[in-house]
Design a protein around this ligand. Structure first.
Ligand code: NAP
Ligand code: F7E
Length: 346
């Protein structure tokens, strides 16, 4: 039985990747940060959905900024595959927390690569780094972005991820390690954090429809993103580590849409006109915006045989339908005197 070590296991991708690895028969180990209130709801949901596999998920406390503890965990677990998903992953928030973002997103990756290098002296181990389309910066004239597009990071999040990208390539070249970068474009799901724009919109559409919310405040509606479905994208992560040689791959749909398009499509699904409910609030604008991202997944298709399975419209619909059910339950709960509401958006 293969053993995987996943950082960021409590996040959106942590849920979908763990589900995939369990389906493939892996033992999955993850680290969780100590927080004052428990933050394991996605993994608890997975254990409920797959009770027969729940005992193959093991969690322990850890943090990618704690190099010593990370080395101990990796050397004790001796995983076959390491997936580094841990990150301060919110671009807007990275402008407020640049130092922590650098520590978690860049140094965290380096800490894990060092741990992997030590373990690799004892047994072969493979490493996946969660790199991102934000590294490209989305400047005019760069679309579609591929593995050959020059990086132009436009946030502390992206600069840290560029450093992690290069750490990963450097460890591959310097020490001959099996270390890969997945350069993933935006991928979403009903488990997406509530303060990313897609989920913020699908929750708002559902809650406005149920009379639980009156409007939605957003920033730049003209930004364009290449949005795919997270469940499809974690398959690409796994495929990269099964390939016969380590490499870096863009994972994307090859299609982009504006935030305004997403808004229209989501509100259409509940029979409302999104533009009637939107307020523009400058607090959601970024000091430097990434205007247009659209990936070229040609290399992943040709080398790995990976293609996305879920269209933009299907993605929007599955997210809205999920949030309609949540909003309906929220309304019913409120009617009997309780209070249930999703986190405040930022
Ligand atoms: P997410 O939902 O925000 O999950 C991030 C995970 O990292 C959470 O489990 C979080 O723990 C954990 N984490 C944060 N800081 C940590 C630290 N110092 N030590 C250990 N764990 C830490 O993000 P996601 O959407 O699943 O994305 C997964 C990875 O892919 C991230 O690295 C992200 O930057 C990258 N990525 C995402 C996308 C996308 O569109 N989703 C695209 C490209 C790349 P808590 O639960 O405690 O917060
Ligand atoms: O913003 C605009 C915003 O925060 C998308 C992360 O997973 O994908 C994600 O980063 C666009 C931006 O995602 C609001 O200005 C408008 O242009 O959903 P987002 P992101 O910044 O693209 C990449 C690939 C990652 O790697 C990251 O980890 O939407 N936008 N109004 C807004 N965005 C937010 N969050 N909130 C708004 O109100």
């Amino acid at each position: 039985m293969k053993r995987a070590f996943v950082t960021g296991i409590t996040g959106q991708d942590g849920y979908y990747l763990t589900r995939l690895l369990l389906e493939k028969g892996y033992d999955v180990h993850g680290i969780v940060r100590r927080t004052s209130s428990m933050n394991r709801r996605r993994i608890d949901q997975l254990k409920e959905e797959m009770p027969e596999s729940a005992d193959r998920i093991t969690m322990q406390y850890g943090d990618v900024t704690d190099a010593a503890a990370l080395i101990r965990v990796v050397m004790e677990l001796e995983p076959d595959e390491i997936y580094n998903l841990a990150a301060q992953s919110h671009v807007r928030v990275s402008f407020d927390k640049p130092g922590y973002t650098q520590a978690a997103n860049a140094e965290g990756c380096l800490n894990l690569l060092e741990a992997m290098r030590l373990l690799n002296q004892r047994k072969p181990v493979r490493f996946y780094q969660a790199s991102t389309s934000e590294m490209f910066g989305g400047l005019p004239g760069t679309v579609p972005q591929s593995e050959n597009t020059r990086f132009h990071p436009r946030s502390p999040y992206a600069t840290a991820k560029v450093a992690a990208f290069h750490h990963t390539v450097n460890y591959r070249e310097a020490y001959g390690l099996f270390a890969c970068n997945g350069i993933l474009f935006n991928h979403e799901s009903p488990l997406r954090g509530e303060n990313f724009v897609t989920r913020k919109i699908t929750l708002a559409a559902a809650r406005i429809k149920e009379g639980m919310q009156t409007d939605i405040s957003l920033g730049n509606l003209d930004a364009e993103r290449d949005w795919g479905y997270a469940a499809d994208y974690v398959e690409a992560m796994w495929m990269m580590l099964q390939h016969h040689e380590p490499d870096d791959f863009v994972i994307a749909t090859g299609e982009s849409h504006s935030v305004r398009d997403f808004l229209r499509e989501a509100f259409d699904r509940v029979g409302l006109n999104g533009e009637d409910y939107v307020r523009i609030d400058p607090k959601y604008l970024r000091p430097t915006e990434v205007l247009h991202l659209c990936g070229d997944p040609g290399k992943a298709r040709e080398v790995l045989g990976w293609t996305p399975k879920t269209s933009f419209t299907e993605l929007v619909q599955l997210m809205v339908d999920h949030d309609c059910e949540l909003a309906r339950r929220e309304r019913l709960y409120q009617e009997i005197g309780g209070q249930l509401s999703p986190g405040t958006a930022s």
